[in-house]
Write a protein that binds this ligand. Sequence first.
Ligand SMILES: NC(=O)C1=CN([C@@H]2O[C@H](COP(=O)(O)OP(=O)(O)OC[C@H]3O[C@@H](n4cnc5c(N)ncnc54)[C@H](OP(=O)(O)O)[C@@H]3O)[C@@H](O)[C@H]2O)C=CC1
Ligand SMILES: CC(C)CCC[C@@H](C)[C@H]1CC=C2C3=C(CC[C@@]21C)[C@@]1(C)CC[C@H](O)C(C)(C)[C@@H]1CC3
Length: 418
Amino acid sequence: MAYPQGSRAPLEFGGPLGAAALMVLLPATMFHLLLVARSGPARLLGPPPYLPGPDVLWSPRVLLLWLTWLGLQAALYLLPARKVAEGLELKDKSRLRYPINGFQALVLTALLVGLAVSAGLPLGALPEMLVPLAFAATLTAFIFSFLLYLKALGVPPSALAPGGTSGNPIYDFFLGRELNPRICSFDFKYFCELRPGLIGWVLINLALLMQEAELRGSPSLAMWLVNGFQLFYVGDALWHEEAVLTTMDITHDGFGFMLAFGDLAWVPFTYSLQAQFLLHHPQPLGLPMASAICLINALGYYIFRRANSQKNTFRKNPSDPRVAGLETIPTATGRQLLVSGWWGLVRHPNYLGDLIMALAWSLPCGVSHLLPYFYFLYFTALLVHREARDEQQCLQKYGLAWQEYCRRVPYRIVPYVY
Ligand SMILES: NC(=O)C1=CN([C@@H]2O[C@H](COP(=O)(O)OP(=O)(O)OC[C@H]3O[C@@H](n4cnc5c(N)ncnc54)[C@H](OP(=O)(O)O)[C@@H]3O)[C@@H](O)[C@H]2O)C=CC1
Ligand SMILES: CC(C)CCC[C@@H](C)[C@H]1CC=C2C3=C(CC[C@@]21C)[C@@]1(C)CC[C@H](O)C(C)(C)[C@@H]1CC3
């Protein structure tokens, strides 16, 4: 980790150089995957089949389509919510309020898309637009992050994120300066984290499934599984929308290029890679194998959901009967750390469940290609890195209590392995 001059806060992601490199590498990787998924050999590590020129990347019509999508999701966000939740306490002791209507947005989007398709909208044409759509999303992410950076120059220090105030413009642009950028009650980070990208991801998957049905008469079992698992994951995230308020992205990270690009471009266009691969490279899948994969996904989901819910319940109300009997370690901050239950098994049981699900999403694509395993490999790297960042933050927050927790629960993600 690099250290900024005159400050003791460590710089993450390799400092300004690392941030600059990631701002080039991440979009390049996304376009590489989009191009390779539709190529014959579909080699993850080989060269892309061709380098797209401006005529392939740029389309004003596609940009308009993308902006309409963002506008639709913003309008759904502003609809009356079934509940308004409070976030964690901020530095100035205040708490922000967030509408809980993400699942409603998913259902309304499904209804609108259903209506549009029955009125003749050719959803199966979407897969042909993925490259210019990804370009529009990347462009939006760059412009949006720039506006967020400018906005953050005018906010009080208490509104800044702990990490994005190094003073280096490249690094701060990447990590994000302001913790919770808002205009009136519209929270940009919370909106982007759960709506346009996540819902866009399952819409792209659906379009790929429909195109496969057009091409081959019906969608393959592998395509059904990938669509079903990922729709379930997104539906679950939106159903438990409130839980995102205690994640690192909302409580610690500023809103800059990393999250804007991650939410708006990376998630919809790379997380749909398995379905993209299956459209161009159909894979046979028998019922016994499909059943085994469903069991793996169910196991992953069970661990992921139970672990996340246990921590959320505990953080909201440690005396809740569902968690009151668990063993804890007191910390100097007044908060406690769970040391039994899921959080006594490993230090990040939720990551373990998420990784098992990631594997289940790749398995329907067979073992002939490495490409559909990209998500699993990337996600392992992301979570290992994220776990290390979280450890660092927890050590700062909880000091000796965190060391005691690490002594009592020695494994980070996988019991007896890591
Ligand atoms: N699909 C995807 O692309 C991604 C999915 N995810 C998923 O998002 C979810 C949230 O992940 P993330 O925000 O990284 O982290 P976590 O939800 O794991 O939150 C970590 C925080 O939990 C608290 N905590 C840690 N240990 C304990 C304990 N023993 N007892 C009580 N509280 C504890 C600490 O915060 P405090 O004490 O301040 O409450 C810590 O900072 C995960 O399920 C992850 O798998 C994450 C990234 C990408
Ligand atoms: C582009 C870079 C490589 C890094 C970008 C990371 C982002 C794509 C992820 C950071 C944390 C995320 C979370 C989810 C999606 C991916 C990003 C934005 C999440 C919304 C997925 C659904 C889960 O149920 C969740 C727990 C709500 C996730 C929260 C974190």
